[in-house]
Design a protein around this ligand. Structure first.
Ligand SMILES: [Zn+2]
Length: 305
């Protein structure tokens, strides 16, 4: 999908089995492989004895059972949710009912901007519209548990309510779907916004965590280097789009064919939305123009001045 990022596809973990990639961090992968989820969504267990769960995962009885099995004889005191896509949060009610834990997140699912007249919520099926946290966290808030503390780090872009969680004692971060080792993150309007996404990457670049635990795929061991690659990749995509528009007005499908070489056909729709996310940002910044609000079927040209 992109050849300028040193991707890592090595994740040797069977669905619904537990491993411990770092002392105090256990993980269990749901059996929901796919073009957007890699081998499956990862749920994490933080601490020992009195623990937190990060991202309970999809509403899948086998995964919920495996997660509860993994914490048998322990107490789940906290549930943290990185964002409200349907592969991350719908298991929350079952885990909460079984454990009595308090649920923390940035907030309910919401779009990054108001919908335009006539616009469909294209990825509506991907949002967990029922999710409500018990506690809404603000950027920088620290939640202390038994032997661990978690700092909330707002990271909008993939979704408006995306929150990463820094595990202070281990200098690690549960990064959700914001940065992944196996593929670039999807930024799809109206749930996602490219300007927010870039701002969140730049914010992460200033932090000191050395390892990221993502929602999908292997841990990222050189976190700051990886964030730098992600920033460069997004800037290169933007440059490719501007370069293509420099040859004349065109539409999003044409741009996708020109710049996503060798794309998995199942990802064509997501690639189009990713280009739309860039277009929204470029129109806002006055570099590109289109007729009316930026749309998936719009015609785009460089701003003529
Ligand atoms: Zn997601």
């Amino acid at each position: 999908m992109a050849d300028d990022i040193p991707f890592d596809n090595n994740l040797d973990l069977k669905p619904d089995t537990v491993d411990e990639p770092m002392p105090g961090v256990r993980r269990i992968m749901a059996d929901n492989p796919g073009p957007f989820t890699f081998k499956g969504t990862l749920s994490y267990i933080v601490g020992r004895g009195k623990v937190a769960i990060v991202d309970p995962g999809p509403d899948d009885p086998a995964h919920i059972g495996a997660l509860l099995d993994a914490v048998r004889n322990e107490t789940v005191t906290h549930i943290f949710v990185t964002h409200t896509h349907r592969d991350h949060s719908p298991a929350v009610p079952a885990i909460k009912a079984a454990t009595g834990a308090t649920v923390y997140a940035e907030g309910p699912h919401r779009a990054a901007r108001p919908l335009y007249i006539g616009e469909q919520r294209r990825l509506d099926h991907s949002g967990d519209m029922d999710f409500r946290p018990d506690v809404m966290l603000k950027d920088g808030e620290v939640v202390a548990g038994d032997g661990w503390s978690i700092e909330a780090v707002t990271t909008p872009g993939h979704t408006a309510n995306h929150m990463a969680y820094a595990f202070k004692e281990n200098n690690a971060m549960f990064i959700g779907d914001h940065v992944m080792a196996w593929a670039t993150s999807i930024v799809a309007p109206p749930d996602g916004a490219m300007s927010d996404y870039m701002a969140s990457l730049n914010k992460l670049a200033k932090r000191t965590e050395t390892i990221y635990f993502p929602g999908h795929g292997p841990a990222i061991g050189e976190a700051s280097r990886f964030v730098a690659y992600y920033i460069l990749h997004r800037k290169a995509r933007e440059a490719s789009i501007l370069h293509r528009l420099g040859k004349g007005a065109t539409d999003i499908p044409t741009i996708v064919r020109a710049i996503y070489i060798g794309l998995d056909p199942r990802l064509t729709g997501a690639a189009g939305l990713s280009v739309l996310a860039h277009m929204e940002d470029l129109v806002t910044r006055g570099l590109v123009e289109t007729d009316g609000p930026p749309a998936i079927d719009g015609v785009y040209r460089l701003f003529a001045g």
